[in-house]
Design a protein around this ligand. Sequence first.
Ligand SMILES: [Mn+2]
Length: 430
Amino acid sequence: MSETIISAEIVDKDNAARKADLERDYDSLGERLDRRGIAIDAISDKVEKFAVAIPSWGVGTGGTRFARFPGAGEPRDIFDKIEDCAVIRQLTQATRTVSLHIPWDKADPNRLKQAASRFGLGFDAINSNTFSDARDQKLSYKFGSLSHADAATRRQAVEHNLECIEIGKTLGSKALTVWIGDGSNFPGQVNFAKAFERYLDAMKEIYAGLPDDWKLFTEHKMYEPAFYSTVVQDWGTNYMIATELGDKAFCLVDLGHHAPNVNIEMIVSRLIQFKKLGGFHFNDSKYGDDDLDAGSIDPYRLFLVFNELVDAELSGAEGFDPAHMLDQSHNVTDPIESLMLSAVEVQRAYAQALLVDRKALEAYQDANDALMATQTLKAAYRTDVEPILAMARLNTGGAIDPVAAYRAAGYRAKVAAERPPVAGGSGGIV
Ligand SMILES: [Mn+2]
């Protein structure tokens, strides 16, 4: 039995006040789903098993290019971050792993493992960082890392990634995520082909250091920090990288890393079809890589992404096993509250996608009945699955209303007293 941070008494008390209503809502939804030929318990079982990883950097307050306004009780180090992640896990029961960022979270791996296992947390993909300079770093990444014109800088970036793999091995991670900020700000600054060739050569060295049971995720991003060209710019480039590297290399899709209005669900479908979908960094955006809370701006898009994922899951797509992770930056909310609700939003999209009548959809598609085909998706999306999500949390020891339980526990005020504000911190928009 793992330790809990919020007292079980507080959670039980909050749940007790809401349980009777939840049971009524669950039964009522069950009856309505039954009419559609769907067994609610089968959906609940799947939802209970679904999980999304928390990025360690998400529990701190992020920032913008203009300023960072620290929040109260921000985690001072990775051990505080693990405690915050434990709260998210305890109340939502939807986040079983933490994704670390090196060097931000660098600490004795054995101590890290011990700290996480106290709360029943495991480690997800490990993230390398060659988009900023660490303290005491010999060569700067100002003009790039894995694609840098200077061989010694590229070597340093490769060595850093190999070190991340070593750390991850002790932690029990099974994947390395590589995102680079390499690119250019002005036409002519960089030779596109040469830069990409240097990047591929460097990635091949990293890939060679990958254990057999690991995956390598590469993350594309259209722009920022480079504003004219970016080496790993789009999903096509990402697919080329994964194909060049080999069977253990996959593409990671961050929802905010595309041009506005790009059809991300179709990209997801393509990557599934060609067995290169590695996983996700879930978040939401209005304009660019806004890193807003998942499902906060365009929940229908999140649903449409999950519609593709569930389609692949149910059709038994070969090698389909995407890694789900949140990647957000919280500037005006309590990061723990945002991450709890975002995990629930991702779960919600999954549950809604499970409700799609796929047989009917296929028949409408084959009959060219565009109206009924799209209504079939809408019927699933319009279903309020909250009772399923809340019941899944209750059944697994979480909170029916995670934010209410969290606020009742007074966790933020408690850590604000224990953790004096730190300058700087390691928020990040990646
Ligand atoms: Mn990301």
